[in-house]
Design a protein around this ligand. Sequence first.
Ligand code: SF4
Ligand SMILES: [Zn+2]
Length: 454
Amino acid sequence: MFIDTHCHLEMYAFDKDRDEVMKRAADSDITYIINAGSDIEGNVKGLQLSGKNPNIYSAVGIHPHDAKALDESLYKELKKWIKQPKVVAVGEIGLDYYYLHSPKGVQIEAFRKQIALAKDKGLPIIVHSREAKNDTLQVLREEIVDTPGVLHCFSGDKEMAKKAMELGFYISIAGTVTFKNAGELRETTKYIPDEFLLIETDAPYLSPVPVRGKRNEPAFLKHTARAVAKIRGIRISDLARITTLNAKKLFRIGEITEKGEIAYKIRDSLYLNITNKCTNKCGFCIRSRTNYVKGHNLRLEREPSALQIIKAVKNPKAYKEVVFCGIGEPMLRLDVVKKVAGWVKDHGGKVRINTNGQGNLIHKRNILPELKGIVDSFSISLDAEDEKKYEKICKPTIKGAFNGIISFIKEAEKVVPEVKITVVKIPEIDMDKCKAIAKDLGVELKVRKFNVVG
Ligand code: SF4
Ligand SMILES: [Zn+2]
């Protein structure tokens, strides 16, 4: 399922074949479309379209190109349009200093006035910003209180994306990311955390490669999605899940599952979420910020039994590996891990455990011999170069955690074929010292990006 978070289906470019365009969108798994308004006629036609089509929603707003048209009577119209039931955002609004069809001061005023409308209605805004980074950020900083939105068809740099995300804004990537000269945009696309990422077509404009030059349409979103997934090292199905969830949240459309998932697929592996408890309170842990990993809700209402987990796995052979992970520490439920891992192995699967390495401390004995033959690999978070740093970063509730982890790694190597340690890349951690520890222990060290989970 995909959501095209920005297009202009009402434009005359679609007058001849709008129905076929929408049919192709549906055939390409585009469930919802956000149609953005830009001028008077476009807003009116867009509202007619969303009024007739259950899967089209409207954003209403006056584009910066037309800012000079936003007089009192048009402002009144806007206020009327906003009240229509299918309106989910105010946009596209913003600043365009590339074309300067309206003077800068006029654009800024129209931008501010329309943000005020959005705030009044509690709607998100869809922001167009071209060659106007500083002013855009300044207006957003000054005007936004609790109705953020999205920077659509993002063309800024990493710094702009970072600052916008700090204000709670999503970043929407369009077909421009597939263009040959879009190296910087591809870098930014890689850097945006999952929970801020959206995709769009901006149709009829900006067709992605390999259809560049043709009229764009929602069905072409798949080309952009494929490119963005590749850049981020995930499958297109992962990207669809992540961006659909974000769009549903931002525009408050469709249904969002409230139920925590026990087994969730990312790339070619199946991950198991068997507890939300942990013996640490790491400063970088995503649990404090979100319930979601790669678009999967992992907040469990109750811990699943071994049988429930096995039922959720179904066929272990269908995956590259089955990974005990989730947003908690799996070794807290050792008995369940042993039952499920044994079953996975019996049914031809591969088992990995992602752990904070405190299993022996939790159970006050060496549990590793109990895992022999049922676990193929361990990925153990080290996340510090010494006890003092570990205490500071990971805030363990168990005393002597760091040394306990080191001895867990040594014991793991004796019984499990593959042991890796991981370290999150944050400035507080001395990476060279961590590398030396890994070398000493004879294990591979994997550096994980901050804010990238799953
Ligand atoms: S060990 Fe993992 S799950 Fe536990 S707090 Fe740290 S990052 Fe979160
Ligand atoms: Zn647009």
